[in-house]
Design a protein around this ligand. Structure first.
Ligand code: PMV
Length: 304
C-alpha cells in the first residue's frame, strides 16, 4: 500500500485578481488530505472517501493520470482521509486531487515531476468544476508560501514560515464558482473600474511579497487592510466576514482580510504574539470559530 498526502491552503493576497492573470500569494497549511492506493482482487477501481460523498475529483485524477501514463488499472482501491472538512475553504478538492495523482504515480513506480502532478491536477479540476486560477493546486503540489500567477509553470517560493496568522471561520460555506461569476458580471458591467481594482490588488501582492520576506508584519497587516477594501468594492465580502475582521482589528490585529472567494469561509489576521489571545477571543465573541493551523507546510509527499 502507498499513502501520499497534500496540504490545504490559505490565500493571503490577490484572490479574484489571480483569475485574470494577476499574481497572488498563497501558503500551504499543516492540515492535509491523504490518499492511499492498494491492490484488490476485484476487477475495477474502487474509491472510498468516508468523509465525503463527492468522489468527482478523485475519479478525475484517476482518469487523467492513467490516460497520461498509458496504464490500465485493474483491482485498485483508493481511500481518502482528511484533516479538515470541505466546508472551511481550505482547498480539500485541490489537495485530494494532487494527493491522488501523487499516490497513483508512486503506486505505479513512476517518478512524476512536481510540474507534471500540477498540470494533471489542474486539468482534472478544470474537468470537474470549470475555471479557477490553480493557486490551490500549486500550494498542494509545491507547498510552502508561493507567489503564483496562472501562466507560471512553477511558482516562486518565498519564506513565509514565521507569519503570525490568526484564522477565523465564519461558519458559512462559500461557493467559489458563484462568486467568481459575480465578479465576472461586475467586470462586464464596468470593466474599467474592475480592471483598476485588479491592478491595485496586483500592486499590493508585490508589496506584500517583499514585506513577508522582510518579516515586516505590521506592514503586511496594513496591506491586508488595503486588499480587504478592494475586495469589499468587488462585492465579495459579507456581514459575517466584516464582523470578524472588525473584531480582530479592534482587538489590536495589525490587519485582517477575507481569504479566498469571499461570501463566507475564513478571514485571516496578522497579529503580534502578545495580543494573539485577545484577537482570538474577540473573533470567537463575534461568532467566529478560531482554527489553529500553521502556514508554510510541505507540499505533496509520500507518507507510507
Ligand atoms: O474559495 P477559494 O478559497 O478556493 O479561493 C478562490 C480564489 C479565487 O481567486 C476567487 C478563485 C481562483 O480560482 O483563484
Amino acid at each position: 500500500m502507498v499513502t501520499v498526502s497534500a496540504p490545504g491552503k490559505l490565500l493571503l493576497f490577490g484572490e479574484h485578481a489571480v483569475v485574470y492573470g494577476h499574481p497572488c500569494l498563497v501558503t500551504a497549511i499543516d492540515s492535509r488530505v491523504s490518499v492511499s492506493v492498494e491492490k484488490t482482487d476485484s476487477e475495477g477501481v474502487q474509491v472510498e472517501s468516508p468523509q465525503s460523498t463527492d468522489t468527482r475529483f478523485v475519479d478525475a485524477a484517476i482518469a487523467k493520470s492513467l490516460t497520461a501514463w498509458n496504464v490500465t488499472a485493474r483491482g485498485l482501491r483508493l481511500r481518502t482521509a482528511s484533516d479538515f472538512t470541505s466546508s472551511v475553504g481550505f482547498g480539500s478538492s485541490s489537495a485530494v486531487t494532487v494527493a491522488a495523482i501523487g499516490a497513483l504515480g508512486e503506486f505505479f513506480g513512476k517518478k512524476i515531476p512536481l510540474g507534471e502532478i500540477f498540470q494533471l491536477a489542474r486539468q482534472a479540476i478544470v474537468d470537474v468544476q470549470g475555471g479557477g486560477s490553480g493557486f490551490d493546486v500549486a500550494a498542494a503540489t509545491w507547498g510552502g508560501t508561493l507567489f503564483y500567477e496562472k501562466t507560471m509553470s512553477k511558482p516562486e517560493g518565498i519564506d513565509g514560515s514565521s507569519m503570525p496568522l490568526v484564522i477565523g471561520y465564519t461558519g458559512v460555506k462559500a461557493d467559489t464558482m458563484t462568486l467568481v461569476q459575480e465578479v465576472a458580471k461586475k467586470k462586464d458591467a464596468d470593466s474599467q473600474k474592475v480592471n483598476r481594482i485588479f491592478s491595485a490588488i496586483a500592486g499590493l501582492v508585490t508589496d506584500a511579497k517583499a514585506k513577508i520576506q522582510e518579516g515586516d508584519w505590521e506592514r503586511v497587516g496594513r496591506l491586508m487592510d488595503f486588499n480587504q477594501e478592494y475586495l469589499r468594492d468587488l462585492g465579495v465580502s459579507s456581514e459575517k466576514l466584516e464582523a470578524l475582521i472588525s473584531a480582530a482589528k479592534a482587538a489590536g490585529a495589525w490587519g485582517a482580510k477575507l481569504s479566498g472567494a469571499g461570501g463566507g469561509d475564513c478571514m485571516i489576521a496578522v497579529v503580534s504574539a502578545e495580543i494573539r489571545l485577545e484577537v482570538e477571543q474577540a473573533i470567537e465573541a463575534s461568532g467566529g470559530q478560531v482554527i489553529h493551523i500553521l502556514p508554510n507546510a510541505p507540499g505533496v509527499r509520500r507518507d507510507a
